[in-house]
Design a protein around this ligand. Structure first.
Ligand code: NAD
Ligand code: ZN
Length: 299
């Protein structure tokens, strides 16, 4: 499956890695060096499969950071920029971000600012990053525990969605990703909402369909309002409150995932809509009931 975005493509499927190898072969003269940016989990669980499927990456240089939102900082970016510089990365270097939303957000920003911008590809490896974080060109790091304070808009050159990578994803991270999936359905697609009611995400075809529908929803909105002047704000449902809660958790060192914070935000914002904007009580109850499923594992 291919979804066309703004001057770049999003390919979905387990077979896209072979095509990726062919792309790298065709364009190898354009890249002086390839860097794979990952964390210890994507390095352990996803990198071996990636290299096996994409032999063109065998000589790539690995840059690994420690996982977790608390590492999405300028200080870690600084370390990575130094590594790029020590490895003589020039403007024709290519960065391949292999990991969850933290790796994609930070790796995209690192690539975008190094020598005024390297090309970068996203290969997201969590459900949340496949359906949301890898699409739309928002790149950022946190500042003193406050979410996404330093960043920019810049699109990747390519996004590869490989469902195979999700096989090692812990259940709690599946649920965190599903919070963003439900958000996509809630903000604009009742038919998708009904589809989600009975979906078994561990079924291969159902997962492919879910990835396709969620990414299409996000991509369609972003294509109409890339810089978030109006319509794109709908994608922030749950995020105004959610980011505040996530920032508090970060400052306190509590264990709270992005999707869990957003699910809490969706409950609170739904109650506010009921109180101030006339959202019907029965609709509000259904949204609250569904959203609550996504943060039951958090502390
Ligand atoms: N740019 C955007 O538009 C956008 C949208 C939504 C979220 N985000 C950002 O994304 C981040 C959250 O993303 P996330 O939930 O992917 O978090 P994450 O990147 O922290 O990944 C979650 C955990 O899963 C591990 N992991 C990654 N791939 C794995 C795999 N295949 N198997 C096993 N473990 C694996 C990671 O190491 C990490 O421990 C937040 O920082 C959020 O702000 C950005
Ligand atoms: Zn989000």
């Amino acid at each position: 499956m291919e979804i066309q975005s703004d001057k770049y493509s999003i390919y979905i499927g387990n077979d896209v890695l072979q095509e990726f190898n062919a792309i790298l072969e065709d364009y190898q003269e354009q890249y002086s060096k390839v860097f794979i940016f990952c964390d210890e989990n994507s390095s352990q669980f996803c990198l071996p499969y990636l290299i096996e499927q994409v032999p063109m990456l065998i000589g790539a240089e690995l840059i690994e950071i420690e996982s977790g939102e608390h590492n999405k900082t300028l200080s870690i970016c600084n370390d990575v920029w130094k590594t790029l510089s020590e490895s003589n990365a020039d403007r024709n270097a290519l960065v391949v971000n292999l990991g969850g939303g933290v790796v994609c957000d930070m790796g995209g920003m690192i690539a975008s600012l190094y020598k005024r911008g390297l090309r970068f590809f996203h290969i997201p490896t969590t459900l949340l990053s496949q359906v949301d974080a890898s699409v739309g060109g928002k790149l950022a790091v946190d500042l003193d525990g406050h979410k996404n304070q330093i960043g920019l808009f810049r699109n990747p050159d390519l996004v590869l969605i490989v469902p195979e990578f999700l096989k090692t994803l812990p259940e709690r991270h599946w649920m965190s990703g599903m919070a963003e999936v439900y958000k996509h359905a809630l903000i604009c697609d009742p038919a998708y909402w009904s589809f989600l009611e009975n979906v078994d995400v561990k079924d291969e075809d159902a997962l492919l369909s879910l990835l396709n529908q969620s990414i299409s929803i996000k991509n369609n909105i972003v294509l109409q309002d890339w810089e978030e002047k109006g319509l794109r704000k709908t994608l922030n449902f749950g995020h105004t409150i959610g980011h505040a809660i996530e920032s508090q958790a970060l400052l306190k060192g509590s264990d709270l995932l992005h999707g869990e914070a957003i699910a809490i935000g969706m409950v609170v914002e739904t109650i506010l809509s009921e109180m101030t904007n006339g959202l019907k009580t029965d609709v509000s109850s259904v949204i609250q009931k569904n959203s609550k499923c996504f943060f039951t594992n958090s502390n």
